[in-house]
Design a protein around this ligand. Structure first.
Ligand SMILES: Nc1ncnc2c1ncn2[C@@H]1O[C@H](COP(=O)(O)OP(=O)(O)O)[C@@H](O)[C@H]1O
Ligand SMILES: [Mg+2]
Length: 301
């Protein structure tokens, strides 16, 4: 097996006396799409900041593309790209000009820079806005331009911090396609997400982060197997959940659940099948309803 694209051992980070990351361990293989899945405040951005050399860890080590993030940050920076760098966008320039400029700064010849820019504008549904100054863009358009900028030069390892948060469903699917084709061409993709569905659709493997700890790592199928499967839910005509029964996903088990719910005794009630959600994952693996509600900011005396 080749050397991992990312290797994280015993990584820890505190802000003041508040531990934010505790003993993180995982490895990402070259060409893999790896998702760090966790609720708000779980420590996703902090992890990405350490792996992209923007912050230093307090404990443990991490390598990216074979280089130590703390001891060889320049070597790491030359091999990675990170999105969420809207600061790099020049508001006075058009979308096209921004992309061409970054391509030129990254060493592309004028013709290649332009070709790449046009291709990316098309990919991120910005062709119509290509010649407009970025200051006229909506929030969503800015976000797509920001993403497009991180694809100008194909890096060895691409970091995407919640790339689809606040992105409409169509753009989300487009972005998933771009990410898949990059990984198919050999780029390692490390992304963070709050969406179980995104990790499921996109990632080869997932690490589930809860309050600064990796509580599970595996393929989406392995993680889903950990949290059980579909739940049959009985709701009143007004949409209130009356009863629910978990199943193992088999037809027999769904049928038994429906019998158990006694749907026939509830006029007008509706039966629905609910897939496992991020909350189910947290419930099953951490015993709390959701990491989003966990108090990760309290002081540890
Ligand atoms: N610079 C900082 N100073 C103090 N606390 C921080 C700082 N950055 C992040 N935190 C805290 O660390 C925790 C994890 O934050 P973050 O990594 O941004 O989580 P996520 O990206 O998963 O939402 C949160 O409780 C957050 O408030
Ligand atoms: Mg974050």
């Amino acid at each position: 097996m080749s050397a991992p694209a990312i290797s994280v051992r015993g990584l820890g980070k505190s802000f003041g006396r508040t531990p934010v990351l505790d003993d993180l361990e995982f490895a990402v293989q070259p060409g893999e799409i790896f998702a760090l899945l966790g609720a708000n405040g779980a420590g996703k951005t902090t992890t990405i900041s350490i792996l992209t050399t923007l912050q230093r860890p307090d404990a443990g080590t991490a390598t990216v593309a074979g280089f130590d993030v703390a001891r060889e940050p320049d070597a790491v920076r030359r091999r990675i790209a990170l999105t969420g760098q809207s600061a790099a966008v020049d508001d006075m320039l058009t979308g096209l000009e921004n992309l061409v400029m970054l391509g030129r700064l990254s060493g592309l010849k004028p013709r290649s820079a332009r070709r790449r820019a046009v291709e990316l504008l098309e990919r991120f549904a910005l062709t119509d806005a290509a010649s407009r100054p970025v200051r006229t863009y909506s929030g969503g358009m800015r976000r797509r331009l920001d993403l497009a900028l991180s694809f100008v030069v194909v890096p060895e390892v691409l970091f995407l911090d919640e790339p689809t948060t606040g992105v409409d469903p169509r753009s989300r699917r487009d972005l998933w396609d771009v990410i898949r084709s990059l990984a198919g061409a050999g780029t390692t993709v490390f992304l963070t997400t709050q969406y179980l569905e995104e990790a499921d659709q996109l990632a080869d493997r997932v690490a589930l982060l809860d309050a600064g700890r990796v509580v599970a790592t595996g393929t989406p199928a392995e993680l889903k197997a950990l949290v059980g499967t579909d739940t049959v839910v009985l709701t009143s005509p007004g949409g209130e959940v009356l009863r629910e029964v978990p199943t193992d996903g088999s037809v027999a088990s769904v049928r038994a659940a429906i019998d158990q719910l006694g749907a026939d005794d509830e006029p007008g009630a509706e039966l629905t099948l609910r897939r496992p959600t991020l909350d189910d994952v947290f419930l099953s693996l951490t015993g709390t309803a959701s990491a989003a509600t966990a108090d990760t900011t309290k002081e540890y005396a």
